[in-house]
Design a protein around this ligand. Structure first.
Ligand code: F6P
Length: 354
């Protein structure tokens, strides 16, 4: 039998189990394949003894509706810079890719299917350049990968963020407050943009449009003017920043800075903030993400079968395809300012603070 190793890396996202199930189900249509998962990213396949999970058809039954990943994942591991315990007990990062190659050979693996985001694709490319048969699958809630129309996980995350806006709008209204919701997305504003339009925010702040606080204030004041509704909702992407001062991503810094400014100027309404965090990454994938993940799982298996190594399974222009890994590195999908969603959002009065 020919063995394929599935490796997750990077943060988890809804749909990872659907990919795993699809690979296994597709492979099981033929008698000569065996699918095995590495536990906890590359760790499982680099540990002694190996920590791996045979992925039979029975094992993956029904897992496509589960959040997380049955194989677990790890966003701090890179076989080219891997923590190794030294004789004196200290840890040092080393290139252990040869050990990976050795294990693949010794345990009889034909190929790796590597599920990951931008950073993982860099690892995939380097492994491929070392002669490892590898096929990548894109995943991230951020939707920031240029090579593929959508990455699975994104639609589910955008739905969670939208439901949060829905709820915050009602409580903002009841108390005449300004409610600020911070969403994930790293350097891309897709989740924020979708949630702001779908949920009905007044202000949407995204990394692609550095914002002026004065413009945000203008919008907020209009909400509290005699013609306004008397409450306001802001959706801010974690990577958003002031036009003249780029803040660090994460730790809620941008939200807290906005809150501080509003309090400092004694803004006429109460301000409250919500950092949505990992709620956007957990839980069951929606139908769109299950389908996309399933399509990419089937495609990735077929790429291995056709020996199209060093490529990534993608969904581009509504077609399933594959792309050379060299072409995906550092190719980010950011919100394009001429995107029709920006036009639509502005058309319904959402301010980007620009
Ligand atoms: O890349 C996915 C993502 O959820 C980002 O949106 C976010 O910035 C980051 O991961 C959070 O990472 P962690 O789970 O390590 O805090």
């Amino acid at each position: 039998k020919q063995r394929i190793l599935i490796v997750n890396s990077g943060g988890d996202c809804p749909g990872m189990n659907a990919v795993i199930r699809a690979i296994v189900k597709r492979a099981s249509q033929e008698s000569n394949w065996e699918i095995i998962g590495s536990i906890n990213g590359f760790d499982g396949f680099l540990s002694e003894p190996l920590e791996i999970m045979p992925l039979t058809k029975e094992r993956v039954e029904g897992i496509h509706i589960q959040g997380g990943t049955i194989l677990r994942t790890n966003n701090k591991r890179n076989p080219f810079f891997y923590p190794v315990k030294q004789a004196d007990g200290t840890m040092l990062n080393e290139d252990v890719s040869d050990k990976l190659i050795y294990n693949l050979k010794v345990f009889g693996f034909e190929a790796i299917i590597h599920i990951g985001g931008n950073e993982s694709h860099k690892i995939s490319l380097k492994l491929s350049q070392k002669g490892i048969n590898i096929v990548a699958i894109p995943k991230t809630i951020n939707n920031d990968l240029a090579s593929t129309d959508y990455s699975f996980g994104f639609q589910t995350a955008a739905q969670v963020a939208t439901e949060a806006v829905d709820k915050l709008v009602t409580t903002a209204n009841s108390h005449n407050r300004v409610l600020i919701l911070e969403v994930m997305g790293r350097n891309a504003g897709w989740i924020a943009l979708h949630a702001a339009i779908a949920g009905g925010a007044d202000v949407c702040l995204i990394p692609e449009i550095p914002f002026c606080m004065d413009k945000v204030l203008k919008k907020l004041k209009s909400r509290y003017s005699p013609d306004g509704r008397g409450f306001a909702n802001i959706v801010v992407a974690e990577g958003a920043y002031f036009k003249d001062n780029k803040a660090e991503i994460g730790s809620g810094s941008i939200t807290h800075k906005i809150v501080d400014i509003l309090k400092e100027i004694n803004f006429e309404a109460d301000i409250r903030e919500t950092i949505l965090g990992h709620l956007q990454r957990g839980g069951t994938p929606n139908a769109f993400d299950r389908i996309l993940a399933t399509e990419l799982g089937v495609k990735a298996f077929e790429l291995v079968k056709e020996k199209k190594f060093g490529t990534m399974a993608i969904h581009k222009n509504s077609e399933l395809a594959n792309i050379d890994l060299k072409e995906v590195i550092d190719q980010y999908n950011k919100v394009d300012l001429s995107h029709n969603l920006i036009h639509t959002a502005k058309g319904i009065g959402i301010s980007f603070g620009d």
